[in-house]
Design a protein. Structure first.
Length: 138
């Protein structure tokens, strides 16, 4: 068993086959050729030393040995998805921002962008405040 050569793409292909119960439909869902998908899954089976699918039946069935393996593949893929979410959350700006705008502009300018800003960055708290300009000495 050589897990270092196993790829996430191979895991995705195997899970797609188990869900579609068809190599052809899985290939369509994965936007690859059926032969390419089949070759990658066959390589995956060789690397793991486990036959995942009973190809002699239609629909394609998961073998008893493949059930636990595919469940673990799903867990790995969910973990990778969660990892992506964590990274995206860390890259997302967050915190409290105070935005000062002179009173004459606030009713006309703020509505142009504050709603979009809040929608795009839900972790930010934008607090508009009317800024009163200082009078310059005569």
């Amino acid at each position: 068993m050589d897990l270092e050569q196993v790829t996430l793409t191979q895991l995705r292909y195997a899970v797609a086959i188990s869900e579609a119960e068809s190599f052809r439909q899985a290939a369509t869902r994965c936007h690859v050729s059926q032969s390419g998908l089949s070759m990658q899954v066959q390589k995956l089976e060789e690397l793991l030393g486990v036959v995942l699918f009973d190809r002699s039946k239609k629909p394609v069935l998961v073998t008893p040995e493949g059930e636990a393996v595919l469940e673990q593949m799903r867990a790995v893929l969910r973990g990778m998805e969660r990892l992506g979410q964590v990274v995206a959350e860390e890259e997302e700006p967050s915190g409290r921002y105070r935005l000062g705008v002179i009173p004459t502009l606030s009713p006309t300018v703020l509505p142009l962008f504050v709603g979009d800003l809040v929608a795009r960055h839900p972790r930010e708290r934008c607090q508009p405040a009317a800024a009163i300009p200082k009078q310059s000495p005569p």
